[in-house]
Design a protein around this ligand. Structure first.
Ligand code: IMP
Ligand code: MG
Length: 332
């Protein structure tokens, strides 16, 4: 590593959770910092069990890894406490004193305001909580009694770990095309989702980052409203094995084929040094569970090469199934 940023390249749900779990088990990972909020869910399969995590960092699968919630996060206290119990990480998770708090009223506003409903928000209250933070009336983690045992200074911990050359992962959520600045406005989320913003939410300067790993799925999905170039009907998505439902809200995900122009944009804005290409097995079913590149069918290899040629960035990791270890690691 030592400091790697993971960012989604499309509209979220590219399979970041799976890539994070692989890196956490392989590297080995010392520190994993979650950004964003509960609108995003990271799906992780670990020891035969499926987790859809809204708050706890995906690095939890490595039992030695310290877990942190960034000051730029918006925290749903109940979800956080439930997930801490579910994953058994109470002794190794910390939260920044300045993370801000989502309250019941924020979620109610998200579901009641017509404009937000029309955008198809997740209804978790993140946009209204961010508004409140910008108004400087938000409650912060330091104001919540139940969070006292977890409070820490996340930027200090993270920078010290980087300086000590420990392996650090900054876990982005959602994807570039949901970015408040770079996405399909107004059909976007309430924050910037790019690699720079992930660093900013944590409190790490750009010179401290060694790798920016952009995760691209072998086809594209999005939930909620807004443009999706090349969108195919649900029946067609089902036929191709591309039909998915959202890990967080259970809604149908809309689907489209891979788009090289969007991939180039994701690589450019994030300053990608590497690409992780997930779900290759959903486009080329014979790739299911493959762990070596050479045995892939020619078509699949050509697709991977074309991604590299068009983006000028190497595809370091290729996902071939849901398990953390269903993956081709081309770095080794
Ligand atoms: P909000 O972030 O809940 O305000 O929702 C705004 C838009 O972003 C909606 O289209 C959501 O479906 C989408 N969105 C937010 N978080 C995620 C995510 O983690 N994955 C996919 N879509 C998301
Ligand atoms: Mg997700």
């Amino acid at each position: 590593m030592p400091c790697t940023v993971i960012a989604g390249g499309f509209w979220g749900d590219e399979g970041k959770g799976k890539i994070i779990s692989y890196l956490a088990l392989k590297e080995p990972l010392d520190l994993c910092v979650r950004t964003g909020s509960v609108n995003a869910a990271h799906t992780i399969w670990y020891q035969g069990k499926r987790y859809a995590l809204h708050m706890v960092p995906g690095g939890f699968v490595n039992e030695k890894c310290r877990l942190l919630i960034a000051p730029g996060c918006n925290v749903d206290v109940r979800s956080f406490l439930e997930e801490v119990e579910l994953t058994g990480v109470r002794d190794r998770i910390g939260m920044d004193i300045q993370a801000s708090i989502i309250e019941a009223k924020h979620s109610e506003q998200d579901k009641a305001v017509k404009h937000l409903k029309d955008l198809g928000t997740t209804g978790r209250g993140v946009g209204p909580a961010v508004e409140e933070r910008a108004r400087r009336t938000a409650r912060l983690a330091r104001d919540v009694l139940e969070l006292k045992p977890y409070l820490t200074d996340v930027s200090a911990e993270t920078n010290e770990a980087i300086d000590a050359r420990r392996n650090v992962l900054l876990e982005g959520t959602q994807g570039l095309l949901l970015s408040l600045y770079h996405g399909t406005y107004p059909y976007v989320t309430s924050r910037d989702t790019s690699a720079s913003a992930i660093c900013s939410e944590v409190g790490v300067g750009p010179t401290k980052v060694k790798n920016v790993l952009v995760v691209l799925k072998s086809f594209i999905t999005r939930v909620g409203a807004g443009p999706l170039p090349g969108e195919i009907p649900k029946e067609e998505a089902q036929k191709r094995g591309w039909f998915e439902t959202a890990a967080g809200t259970g809604r149908d995900r809309r689907a489209a084929p891979f788009n090289f122009e969007l991939a180039r944009k994701a690589v450019m804005v994030n300053g990608a040094t590497q690409i992780a290409l997930t779900k290759l097995d959903c486009v080329y079913p014979v790739c299911q569970g493959a762990r070596t590149f050479d045995n892939l069918p020619t078509e699949a290899k050509e697709f991977v090469s074309e991604v590299e040629q068009q983006t000028r960035v190497s595809v370091a990791l290729v996902g071939t199934g849901p398990d953390a270890l269903d993956l081709i690691d081309r770095r080794i």
